[in-house]
Write a protein that binds this ligand. Structure first.
Ligand code: ZN
Length: 162
């Protein structure tokens, strides 16, 4: 990760700096107009709808290989450490997705399957999941362990995104 700060500007597909190979779900439907937009794991700006230009929810899947690129953004990053066998993770997942839409202008959500990404799980000592990490400029600023209600997570984001 380089240490340079980037200036937020409208995002275009040409900004994608990393390959989308392996990204099965890199498509987000615009909440305003319904257009389907391809959203990369990492980009130098913020994703906006190609058709109507509203901010798109920025929610990506990342793993050990592209985690550093995924968190390299000026936005507040919410990392959702989850696994397919984890019941409480399935409760947290729709809340996180809803919040990514609610804070489409200021939040990036990075979902990491800890079974597939042991190095990232180890890096943050994720011995219990679901675990949510809040990162700013690549540094950990808050951690939430266990399934928490929507209003608790929303107020964390509101307190941290400024
Ligand atoms: Zn749109």
């Amino acid at each position: 990760m380089c240490g340079t700060r980037r200036v937020d500007r409208p995002w275009s597909p040409h900004d994608a700096v990393h390959s989308l190979v392996g990204m099965a779900n890199g498509v987000i439907t615009c909440p305003a107009c319904g257009a389907r937009n391809r959203v990369p794991v990492s980009a130098s700006g913020s994703p906006r709808c190609a058709k109507c230009h509203v901010d798109l929810p920025w929610l990506v899947d990342a793993g050990d290989a592209d985690f550093d690129a995924a968190i390299d953004t000026r936005r507040l990053v919410l990392v959702d450490l989850w696994a397919p066998w984890c019941g409480p993770c399935r409760m947290v997942s729709p809340i996180v997705e809803k919040l990514s839409a609610e804070f489409a202008d200021s939040l990036k959500v990075v979902k990491v399957n800890v079974d597939d990404s042991p190095r990232t799980a180890q890096r943050y000592s994720a011995t219990s999941i679901p675990m949510l990490l809040f990162l700013r400029d690549g540094g950990l600023v808050d951690t939430v362990v266990g399934a928490q209600p929507e209003h608790v997570l929303r107020s964390r984001i509101e307190g941290l995104r400024a």
